[in-house]
Design a binder for this molecule. Structure first.
Ligand code: C2E
Ligand code: CA
Ligand code: CA
Ligand code: CA
Length: 276
């Protein structure tokens, strides 16, 4: 039974019991989800703000569960990270994206961003595992951007540095995701082979109304440019934010104002319409 310590006493908490039972069954189901083809690759467009053209897409996982419906990543990514299952999921996402590389390039989508977790960065064999997938699909490392959070890097900075150097040597672009929400050590920006900063959506979403957020976005754009990095704003939800980002010389934008993440076929239709 689930027990929670409250003021020195063991108190039975049915909510915890239900939650852990749910987690356990989620985990065993997640292990089967890959074999049962329940995981889905969704793509969300990234646009070049100064020209308006589509320059890339972020790969985001969805779980089409037979009874629970479409399960959002926040409901299973944390468990996947705890158990190490995330490493299998990352490789699955990367492989799905690699298989689409040629078709996407034809549409002008030259780069797909794939999220890496802490566990991936700690895997010393990750670069070789990605190499094998590239070879299978005759895909190119340069067609990928790998997104890493600040906290994933800070978990074991030396190991992360070595993995990131080996990925950069192979031609992958590297991006710092959720920039501004993690550890505020900027030293790694100088040290690591990073190409892109992605400003967290919490600063972008309401920047047209919140002067403080707008200042953070402006400073981050300047910081990125001073370091020679591409800067991306995520969470662009309306035209006013997009106009502000344009004025601030932000390079790329991603958000519901352009499109939410879509299944591959819908994504291709969306790109064709957007470019028309
Ligand atoms: P993230 O990497 O920061 O991804 C961006 C999230 O912001 C996505 O949520 C996306 O749908 C959402 N988003 C995009 N534009 C907007 C907007 O304009 N407004 C708002 N409110 N949200 C927007 P999603 O797909 O639910 O994913 C949530 C998180 O789950 C991701 O955050 C990432 O941390 C994790 N995740 C998703 N797919 C994967 C994956 O394949 N691998 C790993 N390791 N993590 C993943
Ligand atoms: Ca991301
Ligand atoms: Ca993000
Ligand atoms: Ca995030």
């Amino acid at each position: 039974a689930a027990k929670r310590r409250t003021a020195g006493a063991q108190v039975y908490d049915p909510a915890v019991d239900t939650a852990s039972a749910l987690n356990l069954s989620l985990l065993s189901e997640l292990r089967r989800a890959v074999d049962n083809h329940e995981l889905r690759l969704y793509l969300q467009p990234k646009i070049a703000i100064q020209t308006g053209s589509v320059c890339g897409a972020e790969a985001l996982v969805r779980w089409q569960h037979p009874t629970r419906g479409l399960v959002p990543p926040m409901q299973f990514i944390p468990f996947a990270e705890q158990t190490g299952f995330i490493r299998q999921l990352t490789l699955w996402m990367f492989e799905q994206a690699a298989a689409q590389q040629v078709a996407l390039a034809v549409l002008g989508v030259r780069r797909v961003s794939v999220n890496l977790s802490t566990r991936d960065l700690l895997d010393l064999e990750l670069p070789e595992k990605l190499d094998a997938i590239l070879r299978r699909h005759r895909a190119l490392a340069d067609g990928f951007c790998l997104e890493i959070t600040e906290s994933a890097i800070m978990d074991d900075p030396q190991r992360a540095e070595s993995t990131l150097n080996r990925l950069a040597e192979r031609g992958y672009k590297l991006s710092i995701d959720d920039f501004g929400t993690g550890y505020s050590s900027l030293a790694y920006l100088k040290k690591l082979p990073v190409n892109e900063l992605k400003i967290d959506k919490s600063f972008v979403m309401a920047m047209e109304k919140d002067a403080g957020d707008a200042k953070i976005v402006r400073s981050t754009i300047d910081l990125a440019h001073n370091l020679g990095l591409t800067v991306v704003a995520e969470g662009v939800e309306n035209a006013a934010v997009l106009a502000l980002l344009h004025e601030l010389q932000c390079d790329e934008g991603q958000g519901y104002h352009m499109s939410k993440p879509l299944p591959i076929d819908d994504f291709c239709d969306w790109v064709a319409r957007w470019q028309a």
